[in-house]
Design a protein around this ligand. Structure first.
Ligand code: IPD
Ligand code: CA
Ligand code: CA
Ligand code: CA
Length: 271
């Protein structure tokens, strides 16, 4: 088997995400300890964010010592080959902190810069979402398909809010315009789970400003393989400015509304 085989990479990613999830469930205290903050005092890191990433990195290194790794907590390790692992050791740390059930271990695997395998282990619900490029998105042996044919004014839309106060002002302005135009808004607290919720038809679409690559690397592939379109604004790929995800049709409606509210709306056209 080739060392870059997506199914082999997925199998390893599943094992590692499962082990990290078991460790987190076993060790999560009633109230996890905040050991650091990042972009703002509310952007917290717990000891178990770090322990989860340490475990994941150690398992990747043991199995595939030449691969590169990018993780939220420990940054980038260069590799020697074509494979890079994109790791969010707990996506939804604030939910983890409070004991709310929407958080996940997210692992995406790139070959030559493209995500070809992704796992989102939604630990509190025991759900392991997976996808390989061209191989579909799966949950518990069932192929996932996102909802189709839903117009914006009937759409249940998930979103999230980054932690930086300056971004939150803009996010609040945007959601104030979006809310009256859709069925309703959900803010569940984990980008990775939100994208899997689009894949599973539990929401119709998702958007968020300010996400990082590790937030959406795995979930973006899972949503795309379930039939959703995943992108940024104005034809750009998902980036820190915006992530949009929905079935074709709804994607364009949601995109155009968000683009009309975006300070960069004079950027190159196309969607
Ligand atoms: C956060 C979650 C949240 C999103 C934030 C992310 P973290 O990731 O995905 O849903 O709204 O933008 O930073 O910090 O819990 O891994
Ligand atoms: Ca995250
Ligand atoms: Ca995280
Ligand atoms: Ca974080």
């Amino acid at each position: 088997m080739r060392p870059e085989d997506p199914l082999a990479l997925l199998a390893l990613a599943k094992d590692i995400a499962a082990e990290a999830g078991e460790m987190l469930l076993a060790k999560r205290p009633a109230r996890p300890e905040v050991v650091d903050t990042k972009s703002s005092p509310t952007d917290v890191v717990t000891a178990l964010d770090r322990e989860s990433e340490d475990l994941i990195r150690a398992r990747i290194r043991a199995a595939r010592p030449g691969d590169a790794i990018l993780g939220e907590e420990a940054g980038a390790d260069a590799g020697r080959g074509r494979v890079r692992w994109i790791v969010d050791p707990i996506d939804g740390t604030v939910n983890f902190l409070y004991g709310l059930p929407s958080w996940a271990v997210s692992i995406g695997v790139e070959v030559d810069g493209e995500i070809v395998a992704g796992v989102v282990n939604a630990v509190p619900t025991g759900e392991l979402f997976t996808a390989t490029k061209g191989g579909g998105a799966w949950l518990a042996g069932e192929r996932l398909r996102c909802n189709t044919g839903v117009p914006l004014d009937r759409a249940l839309i998930a979103t999230g809010f980054g932690y930086e106060a300056s971004r939150r002002v803009v996010q609040a302005e945007v959601v104030a315009v979006v809310l009256p135009r859709v069925r309703d808004i959900r803010r569940a607290g984990s980008c990775a789970v939100d994208l899997c919720s689009v894949a599973a038809g539990r929401v119709d679409g998702y958007y968020e400003r300010g996400t990082q690559y590790w937030d959406h690397a795995a979930g973006g592939l899972i949503a795309a393989e379930a039939g959703a379109r995943v992108g940024g604004l104005h034809g750009k790929p998902v980036g820190p400015e915006m992530a949009v995800c929905a079935a074709p049709g709804l994607f364009e409606e949601l995109h155009d509304l968000l683009a009309s509210l975006d300070p960069e709306r004079d950027a190159p056209t196309g969607r």
